[in-house]
Design a binder for this molecule. Structure first.
Ligand SMILES: Nc1ncnc2c1ncn2[C@@H]1O[C@H](COP(=O)(O)OP(=O)(O)O)[C@@H](O)[C@H]1O
Ligand SMILES: [Mg+2]
Length: 271
């Protein structure tokens, strides 16, 4: 019997072991993709910086009424976009040097909801928050964690196509030294054939120009950089739940401010 056949028997007979095997393969694939992403990002970062600098110099040299300015401004903007993508790849590959300090997850979530409230995608989506008032601080980078929650909320809103319920929940992870953050939607759910790939960079099911496929891979990188984990559960047509666990800050103290469970409906008063 060849080893290939043995692995097929093992797959059929032991579904739990096979799932674990799949998870390991997928973790290995993510690691390898991370290394590749990091190499590409490093190679691109320096020349892109050069293009950006020279286009700025060119812009400085051109008189204010020069018609060529318009094109140089376009070059500038596009290079900026490339820099953001490259930064995303570096984040995914954990190549970030941000400083981690104790942060309040509940406050970050409320901030994010606050500034997404007016986003057209969220206008008729009910947002429910169940934030544990006794949530300890976690060690983190506030901006990066904001980025994670924004990505998850936008994805959730896109999956609901305008209407549905978004639920954000925080709680202390019982029996572990961590904090749990859940982001659930009542959207389209994720196909079984896609769910193993959604954290890969550039994997997207959205049409051209609609998705870059970088959001979740960046989130994954950021959460790992924080020493946390990110998982997903989804069922077709019923919605998805993304779960993030983050380690409690060493000097872990209570967040010290009461937030009662609340329900809010972010609806456009104009509509
Ligand atoms: N909340 C969600 N509901 C359904 N599918 C999702 C959700 N979040 C992510 N996905 C799936 O994962 C893919 C990758 O997401 P992401 O990395 O954010 O890239 P993008 O949003 O640019 O497609 C999406 O294209 C979509 O298929
Ligand atoms: Mg996205």
């Amino acid at each position: 019997m060849t080893s290939g056949k043995r692995s097929i028997i093992f797959t059929e007979k032991d579904p739990i072991a096979s799932k674990r095997h799949e998870k390991l393969l997928s973790a290995e694939r993510l690691k390898a993709t991370g290394r590749l992403a990091s190499e590409i990002a490093h190679e691109l970062n320096t020349p892109l910086g050069g293009v950006l600098m020279y286009s700025h110099l060119l812009l400085d040299d051109l008189p204010a009424d020069d018609p060529r300015r318009e094109n140089v401004v376009k070059i500038n903007k596009l290079v900026h976009r490339c820099k953001i993508i490259v930064q995303g790849l570096l984040d995914f590959a954990h190549e970030d040097t941000s400083e981690l300090k104790p942060v309040q997850i509940n406050r970050i979530l409320l901030n994010v909801i606050g500034f997404l409230e007016d986003h057209i995608l969220l206008r008729s989506i009910a947002v429910r928050t169940y934030l544990d008032p006794a949530l300890p601080m976690v060690t983190g980078d506030e901006n990066k964690l904001e980025q994670v929650f924004i990505n998850l909320i936008i994805n959730a809103a896109q999956s609901m196509d305008g209407t549905g319920t978004l639920t954000l929940r925080t709680e202390v992870a019982l029996g572990t030294d961590g904090v749990l953050v859940e982001c659930s939607d009542t959207g389209s759910g994720i196909d079984d054939k896609h769910i193993g790939r959604i954290f890969e960079p550039f994997f997207t099911t959205k049409g051209p120009g609609k998705g870059t496929g970088l959001g979740l891979s960046i989130c994954h990188g950021i959460v790992e950089h924080h020493g946390g984990t990110m998982t997903v559960e989804s069922s077709k047509e019923q919605g998805s739940t993304f779960m993030i666990s983050l380690p409690v800050a060493k000097q872990g103290s209570d967040c010290g401010w009461p937030i009662s469970d609340r329900e809010s409906n972010i609806a456009d008063p104009e509509s």
